[in-house]
Design a protein. Structure first.
Length: 457
């Protein structure tokens, strides 16, 4: 019996050992769910917060696959990894791209770190010159956070950005949650944040690789192990799911297979074929394409046709669910578990709907991040952590322009805040948020009472 793989150990325990310990399902509750593999920190199964056995081996295997010094396995997603990294490495002012996930903002508030922002380009990427300019403001920036690739798949020049951070004595954290697969995708292996010099990199395995939801990795230099191990113990459950951990084990085993390179080539070829077909055949819709856009994201620009209604048609007529839909676009995510049959089925459905579409066609390169130009950032009057116990009153969002917000407001997905606590609500933002919600996009706020807003009294 191998002791360096988690799943065989769980299988053995399920068949032989009487569990006089938690969890309460006792590996015998009758269900289609895998109760028989649900376990706790037994000696043979190691301890995620102090790994010395099979889970330490799991960390080392991940480090070897992605080419880094230390890896932490997470079971509460990239969110937990981002919280942990900011807790361990943050200090002074936290410089972040405005299109970072809201968990980064939550980390700054919890750690009482003042925020400064990098405004992305219209494609969501951060330019090196934007970073250089931010370091000229005299702030004590110990950590900078960017998202690359973005939710839509666009990739920033991490090498240049990392070099700027090093020159200014700062560290770079890259939220590469949507890029776990890039290290294995032909043509993209050397464009990962780990290989491009980032200090800390977060991978949400479950987003683009065959691992269960909530699984993630945090990669770091070896000399940060102690600080990050403690930070992970702060934000991660003390009772990690061994079913989730076993799925990480299975995912890594898939990536370690002798035929893994051939599997990835087949996926890349199938992906290239479906993209070429859509480029050639679409007449109204347009498939987003750019040199810095990774090919696994099929971002369909729908022009004058509602992306939300197109996604609804895909669901109701073709039994296809997409990742997200906005008024002018929808995003379909692929993975190495897709093949020519699934990709072809998606293309067939899209081409059918494209043939039925009327109205204005899609532009070639619409803005993917809308606060880059025509909609500037709201004015920051206070830092979010300064208003934790501030007096409040509730107003309709429609009447909130000029007020100081006490809430985060964001569209989900992807969870990028349009408004933060401490920011003055700019003219036009309430109307844009109402229009987004009316189109069918989920708009949320900290209180859950959208379309009202808690503001400073």
């Amino acid at each position: 019996m191998r002791n360096d793989r988690l799943l065989p150990l769980l299988e053995r325990l399920a068949g032989t050992a009487l569990p006089m310990h938690m969890p309460g399902g006792k590996r015998r509750f009758p269900s289609a769910l895998p109760y028989r593999l649900d376990a706790t920190e037994l000696p043979a199964l190691d301890d995620l917060h102090a790994p010395t056995g099979v889970l330490r081996t799991l960390e080392r295997r991940a480090s070897a696959l992605w080419g880094c010094e230390q890896t932490f396995v997470m079971v509460n997603g990239g969110t937990g990894a981002l919280l942990s990294a900011v807790r361990a490495a943050g200090g002074g002012t936290l410089l972040i791209a405005r299109n970072c996930h809201r968990s980064v903002y939550n980390a700054a508030e919890l750690c009482r770190l003042p925020l400064a922002f990098l405004v992305p380009e219209s494609d969501g990427t951060i330019l090196p010159e934007t970073v250089e300019k931010a370091f000229q403001n005299g702030q004590n920036i110990e950590l900078m956070v960017i998202t690359s690739p973005t939710y839509e798949g666009t990739v920033s020049d991490v090498s240049a950005i990392a070099a700027i951070c090093r020159r200014h004595g700062s560290r770079l954290l890259v939220d590469e949650a949507h890029g776990s697969h890039l290290a294995f995708l032909p043509g993209w292996e050397d464009r990962t944040a780990v290989r491009r010099g980032a200090d800390f990199v977060v991978h949400s395995l479950h987003k683009t690789l065959p691992a269960l939801t909530q699984t993630a990795l945090l990669h770091a230099p070896a000399d940060w192990t102690d600080r990050l191990r403690f930070a992970c113990s702060v934000f991660e459950t003390s009772s990690p799911s061994y079913i989730l951990l076993a799925s990480v084990d299975e995912c890594l085993a898939f990536l370690e297979r002798d035929d893994a390179a051939a599997v990835w080539r087949d996926y890349a070829d199938a992906l290239g074929e479906v993209r070429e077909r859509l480029f050639a055949c679409l007449r109204h819709f347009r498939l987003y394409d750019a040199e810095n856009a990774e090919p696994g994201k099929l971002l369909l620009l729908t022009g004058g046709t509602s992306g939300v209604e197109t996604a609804q048609a895909l669901r109701e007529r073709f039994a296809i669910d997409v990742e997200y839909a906005y008024p002018d676009r929808l995003l379909a995510m692929t993975s190495v578990c897709d093949d020519r049959e699934t990709l072809g089925r998606f293309a067939d459905a899209v081409l059918t709907l494209d043939g039925e579409a009327v109205g204005e066609g899609a532009p070639e390169h619409p803005p993917l991040f809308r606060q880059s130009g025509e909609n500037p950032l709201p004015q920051a009057v206070f830092q979010p952590f300064e208003l934790r116990d501030a007096p409040s009153r509730t107003v309709p969002l429609a009447a909130s322009a000029g007020e100081i917000s006490l809430e985060y407001v964001w569209a989900y997905p992807p969870g990028i805040p349009a408004l933060l606590p401490g920011e003055r609500v700019p003219e036009g933002l309430p109307e844009r948020l109402h229009a987004l919600a009316a189109s069918g996009v989920s708009v949320r706020s900290s209180s859950g009472r959208f379309p009202t807003l808690s503001v400073l009294a």
